[in-house]
Design a protein around this ligand. Structure first.
Ligand code: KG4
Ligand code: ZN
Length: 340
């Protein structure tokens, strides 16, 4: 029998609902983003995000079943992001999920946001194990080893800023809007690699550090301004992106070789980055590694990934009840503790 998971994601500034069949087939996904609202403030304002979520919730749910042959009767379980994320934002999605589970008498499946990002890849191609999973987003930069579904082992991660955070801060310094990641990505394809930036934490570990790179860009911009010089934004974007791509691909490919895997998957908002995608495609081709990355829309936050992960979490027997709470911080590696 087919399993239909209704997923809900609201951890930051996107309110989204999705129905996924058997963990891999998308029936319908609705994403309402508040990006335009937060742009005015240069970043996400948590209080505004949760208030907007309340307004978006009914629209998203009303539209979800439109054009499908499904009703709530066909839904097997409700999967929801319980954390990590903005607490007020998370609580809205969680309350919707709990209400649906209660009213329609469906199992409630808690999903860790990062597990969701990882499983966005299952919508492209069924994940083959063992694999290395690179998660690059606004809040996370992690290299994870997976021997099977829902077996997450951390290999390395950022010691300070996440790579998306670094993109957004660098963008702000050169006068670009929030979120700056996609804008830098675009500029990076129009410039030349002329600015010298340090390759951050270029050591033998699988860890990353992006705060030094961020400071290097800020200092460079200020120094040039003091000298009365204008920054070439395209060239700075190219130099910055090349540095990021070099360190991320270097450490990830090292992990792929050391852990003898033939599959690499990448996810998270920064996985939409053209420079990073092209670099990995080239490297994986040359090294006979199967490389998967979600379509652009499913790199950033969405409920399709939560429903896909929710299918495997459901099969694992992971369940929440009406006492399930939102968690602003939560580790992927011992997430089961969060709701036991
Ligand atoms: O996964 P996501 O939607 O939210 C978190 O869970 O953090 O990621 C958002 C992040 C932002 O920092 C945004 O600037 C970055 O992903 N991003 C990009 C690109 N598209 C989104 N960064 C670099 N290049 C892109 N094309
Ligand atoms: Zn995310």
């Amino acid at each position: 029998m087919d399993t239909y998971i209704l997923g809900i994601e609201s951890s930051c500034d996107e309110m989204s609902a999705s129905i996924i069949k058997n963990g891999k087939e998308e029936i319908r996904t609705i994403i309402l983003t508040q990006m335009k609202i937060h742009k005015k403030y240069g970043g996400v304002v948590p209080e505004i995000a949760s208030r907007c979520h309340i307004e978006s919730a009914t629209i998203v749910l009303e539209e979800l079943f439109e054009g499908t042959s499904l009703t709530m009767d066909n839904i097997t379980a409700i999967a929801v992001t319980y954390g990590p994320g903005l607490i007020g934002s998370l609580l809205v999605g969680l309350q919707i999920a709990k209400t649906l589970a209660f009213v329609y008498d469906k199992p409630l499946v808690p999903v860790h946001h990062i597990a969701g990002h990882i499983y966005a890849n299952n919508l492209v191609e069924e994940m083959q194990f063992p694999l290395i999973s690179l998660v690059v987003s606004g809040g996370h930069t992690e290299i994870i080893y997976m021997r099977d579904h829902f077996r997450f082992e951390k290999i390395g991660g950022t010691l300070d800023d996440a790579v998306g955070e670094c993109y957004d801060k660098v963008a702000r310094v050169i006068g670009l809007d929030y979120p700056g990641g996609p804008l830098i990505d675009k500029l990076a394809h129009e410039g030349k690699d002329t600015y010298k930036l340090p390759l951050p934490l270029d050591d033998n570990s699988y860890n990353f550090s992006f705060s030094g790179l961020k400071s290097a860009v800020i200092n460079l911009v200020h120094n040039e301004e003091q000298r009365g010089n204008t920054i070439n934004k395209e060239d700075l974007a190219t130099s910055f992106q090349n540095t990021v791509v070099e360190i991320i691909t270097k450490k990830t490919m090292k992990a792929v070789k050391a852990f003898h895997v033939k599959n690499l998957i990448m996810s998270g908002g920064v996985a939409a980055n053209k420079g990073l995608r092209e670099a990995f495609e080239k490297l994986c081709n040359a090294n006979d590694i199967e490389f998967t990355v979600p379509r652009g829309k499913y790199c950033t936050d969405n409920a399709a990934m939560i429903a896909a992960a929710g299918y495997y979490a459901y099969k694992e027997g992971l369940r929440g009840d009406m006492s399930l709470n939102a968690k602003a911080t939560s580790s992927l590696y011992d997430y089961k503790k969060d709701y036991k």
